[in-house]
Design a protein. Sequence first.
Length: 135
Amino acid sequence: MSIILSITIPSEIAYKNTVAELVLPTITGQIGILSGHIPTIVALDIGILRLRETLSGKWIPILILNGFAQIENNVVKLVVADYEEILKDDYQNDIKELELASKQVTLAKTPKEKFKASNNLRRTAMKLEGQQFLK
């Protein structure tokens, strides 16, 4: 059996597809979802959502930015602040973005600037980590 996955961002349903399985980044660690999973709601952290396509069996990494997931009757609904597909061609740009994000953390002066810069650094590091699933 398959799982229906939908990713909703504040303005729209951004992704909807049938998948064989997925791994979610929760605030307490990763959770694997297979067909027939028990109903649950989990809080999501910034991290890599990994999904395995039903037809090709290929694993696809997607960066998600906080939110929650509802799992019930082979339907997984994610509501997240934002998401970004990870592309193999972006590796060099991701490294540059990580270096810049690191500099922004050291240059931040106010607590608000430090918070934004550290969240951006975390997002960028997760995006680079997701590259490993494309090889």
